[in-house]
Design a protein around this ligand. Structure first.
Ligand code: ADP
Ligand code: MG
Ligand code: ZN
Length: 471
């Protein structure tokens, strides 16, 4: 039997705020265990939460990235369950009135993946299980830090669609400064809901939810494993059980975590300590005005308006820094293709520290070098030398070129003299040049060598033409 695959995602991302979402404790990774805690985020009786405006703004920003509708009225609710990493015995989340509703991402194929919602909630603490006799340790530093949860519609039908989608989500959240999305640090987590149905059938099958997927690769592997597992279950005439399954990346398989029967009733209700959130059109507009253009739109512009290849457009949008740098250059000198080549082949090479990624020279100086090469004031080789020189100097390239005697100031007469001597010394090469462009290149190269690359290329060509080819 052939089956259609149906997948829906629940994606959590840690928001980039300075403080937690319902108290003023620091939101940072890697502090001493329980250093960033207070009565609110450890759930002491009687402690009262406040709400972090920045977290609400970042959630709205995420909604704007994916064309969601921003609610004018949102409510924080209590999701009740007990687990030691959540000492309040409830998580503050959103149920009936989330901040963002709907939205979508269009994949490269044109297929539209719909979002159901994006809501704001708090993260739980972290448990470290030591041993049966000693027990477990709990660190509440992460407890109460802000998360967004992006819930999609069940629109995906393969691991590769999920992979592309997750990369687009991460790219947008990082670009817009909403989240760092470091999957290895748990900064972005994804749960995969997956079911199969007979090919072409309208009705959905029973789904499982897979947790503990902490890299893009493990998401893909886990999906492929689960498709195979469910196919075998169905083909053997059995039913897929609705359950939560835990992915074990080392073993390359998943296992039951809890079945539907064990599923909790969360008894959601509005948190009486937090007032409903009111969001005006003015609030949304203000946030929209601060948003950078997203990578997908930038790529489209680079390809359609600037005529770049898809590959180059992709490379230029790997980070906001590189993309902004490129656009600043284009604003100074309207030669996007040339600038793209310089950045991708000559400048990227010079970046030493991939962590603290910065180009060694600013846009103004790069553009001046490109301009000089385009005007044939210096050769490309000298342009590259200028790039090197700029790294250890604050001076503008034109000044450096003068100081290092690089500017093409060889006169036509000097070039003619070199050519005349060449003609009398190498009659054979001169004959060859009339029929063989390679030999012609050799003569031009000879003039360049004699002038240390400072002759104007166009002028040399013109004189070679006059003194050799026309003869
Ligand atoms: P719950 O609240 O129980 O987690 P939701 O209706 O919110 O259930 O759905 C959670 C996720 O599961 C969503 O991403 C949704 O797209 C996905 N989903 C729902 N039904 C199916 C199904 N039959 N197969 C695959 N994914 C599904
Ligand atoms: Mg769910
Ligand atoms: Zn706190």
């Amino acid at each position: 039997m052939q089956y259609d695959v149906v997948i829906g995602l629940e994606i959590h991302a840690e928001l980039k705020t300075k403080t937690k979402v319902f108290c003023s404790c620091k939101n940072e990774f890697g502090a001493m265990p329980n250093a960033n805690t207070c009565p609110v985020c450890t759930g002491m009786p009687g402690a009262l939460p406040i709400i972090n405006k920045k977290a609400v703004e970042l959630c709205i920003k995420a909604g704007l990235c994916f064309d969601c509708k921003i609610s004018d009225y949102a409510v924080m609710e209590r999701k009740n369950y007990f687990y030691p990493d959540l000492s309040k015995a409830y998580q503050i989340s959103q149920m009936v009135y989330p901040i963002c509703v709907g939205g979508h991402i269009d994949l490269e194929s044109g297929k539209r993946m719909r979002l159901n919602r994006i809501h704001l909630e708090e993260d739980a603490g972290k448990l470290t299980h030591i041993s049966k006799s000693i027990g477990s340790l709990v660190d509440y530093n992460r407890g109460g830090t802000p998360l967004i949860e992006i819930v999609t519609e069940p629109d995906f039908s393969s691991a590769s669609e999920v992979d592309e989608f997750l990369k687009r989500v991460r790219e947008a959240l990082v670009f817009a400064g909403i989240a760092d999305c470091k999957m290895e640090e748990g900064g972005m987590r994804c749960d995969v809901n997956l079911s199969l149905k007979p090919q072409g059938s309208k009705e959905f099958g029973t789904r499982t939810e897979m947790k503990n997927l902490n890299s893009f690769k493990s998401v893909t592997r886990a999906i492929e494993y689960e498709i195979k597992r469910q196919t075998e279950v169905l083909n053997s005439g059995e039913k897929v059980m609705q359950e939560t399954r835990k992915w074990d990346d080392a073993k390359g398989k998943n296992m039951t975590m809890r079945s539907k029967e064990e599923a909790q009733d969360y008894r959601y209700f509005p948190d009486p300590d937090i007032l409903p959130i009111s969001i005006t059109d003015g609030d949304v507009k203000k946030i929209k005005d601060e948003m950078p253009q997203l990578p997908a739109q930038r790529r489209a512009k680079y390809i359609e308006e600037y005529g770049l290849t898809a590959q180059d457009a992709k490379q230029l949008t790997t980070s906001k820094y590189v993309s902004d740098y490129f656009e600043n250059c284009v604003a100074l000198l309207n030669l996007p293709k040339k600038i793209s080549n310089w950045i991708l082949t000559d400048l990227l090479r010079l970046v030493k520290d991939q962590e603290e990624f910065v180009f060694p020279i600013d846009e103004k100086r790069l553009v001046q070098i490109i301009q000089m090469v385009e005007d044939k004031k210096v050769t490309k080789a000298l342009g590259l030398e200028l790039l090197e020189l700029c790294q250890s100097s604050e001076k503008m390239p034109e000044e450096l070129a003068k100081e290092h005697n690089m500017i093409a100031n060889i006169t036509a007469q000097q070039i003619e003299e070199i050519l005349v001597k060449f003609i009398s010394d190498n009659p054979k090469a001169v004959e060859d040049a009339k029929s063989d462009p390679k030999a012609m290149g050799f003569i031009i190269g000879h003039v360049m060598k004699c002038t240390q690359g400072k002759a104007n290329g166009a002028l040399v060509r013109q004189l070679v033409d006059k003194l050799i080819l026309q003869k």
